[in-house]
Ligand binder design. Sequence first.
Ligand code: C2E
Ligand code: CA
Ligand code: CA
Length: 396
Amino acid sequence: MKYSADEIRAALQNNELTTYYQPQYDALTSQLKSAEALVRWIKPDGTVISPFFFIPVAEESDLIMDIDWYVTELVCKTLEKQNMMPQFPISINFSRKHIQEDNFAERLTALVDKYELPHSLIEVEITESAMVGEEERILDWIVSIRNAGFTVAIDDFGSGLSSLQFVKDIPADVLKIDKSLLSHNCEDEKERIVLESIFNFAHRLHMKTVAEGVETKEQLGFLRTCDCNRIQGYLFAKPMPEEDYLSLCMVHKAVEEPTDILQLQSPASAVNLLLEAVFRRYPLVIFTNLTRNTFYMMAYQNFTTTSCPSTGIFDELIVHGTSSMHPDDREAFATTFDRKNLIARHSEGAQEIRLVTRQLGDDGVYRKVETTDYFVKSSYSEDVIAITLCENLPDE
Ligand code: C2E
Ligand code: CA
Ligand code: CA
């Protein structure tokens, strides 16, 4: 059944539109984290109409804008009811038409401020497909929303045609992975590779990830290994009326017991924990593919006084590395960590290469730093890989 724009407008005016809330949970701890507002049309006889039967019609005119703003106000009212209770951020769907709306961020600010709510509680969802053809405006639109303190999520990622090239330039906070990318049990090797790459891509761009439409334990298990942040789907909860959502928020806070994080570990999050211990001693860790002359660097704090790219060409890194070094140590450093030298030492059977140099600190004082390269073997290729650990030595 499809409704006409007039019928939908009448429903809006008669306050027959309302929002349901679908909770989102932390992928590892299963704690409630946030929710998405999803519009519903409740007929006077109690029938609940899905947005699929009226949103597409509303999208044909500016009616959709009125609906979205109406939903936003309902969300503010829900959050206001939680004034004395735990509040969780709520994301709201905005049609692509809002990209053309002048002063969108100002209007959102005015509305949210009317209810005296922190802006961090509101997340703006815009679907991936809305961005196609809007490349010019979308960046400014998103920046203005984020500058106002709201977060922005890209919805339905992977469902459309938008290119990774474009998404990488979008300064969004959250990437919502479309349910069409998840099969029932996530067993297919190629599907897993695609999903792993998407999560890796998002995290390296510092975006949080939400997996949508999660229905099975198998899907959840796999998503945990990808270090997915939040889960939304029938496995945990269906969209529910406001009243039920408010009760859920109360209960969830009440049962928040300390959980044993080690029992929830995914391989990816275990590595993150391990890194914290490694960083205690080695504030700089570099992964190098000596065969291909590339590196990837993880630094705990600004390790040297000169900043350095986190990925790039290894030969250039070595040149760069000498710039904040004591002049007397430069030659030894450049020879020892010369890529050809390292490869030669590796082929002679060396396990590790070590050198102490003096590095200039922010305070103008030279301190001893020990650099150790460990040769490691990847099961995926024959390339010569080295892991570099840099350690500050105590002053004498
Ligand atoms: P969406 O933004 O992708 O919302 C997620 C949809 O997936 C929701 O459908 C939700 O009920 C459904 N879903 C959640 N978990 C699962 C699951 O585990 N399995 C399956 N099969 N489905 C799941 P819903 O509520 O019918 O909303 C449909 C679409 O209508 C939304 O898709 C969104 O594009 C649009 N929509 C909803 N509310 C609004 C609104 O206020 N404004 C605008 N502009 N669009 C809205
Ligand atoms: Ca959505
Ligand atoms: Ca979606």
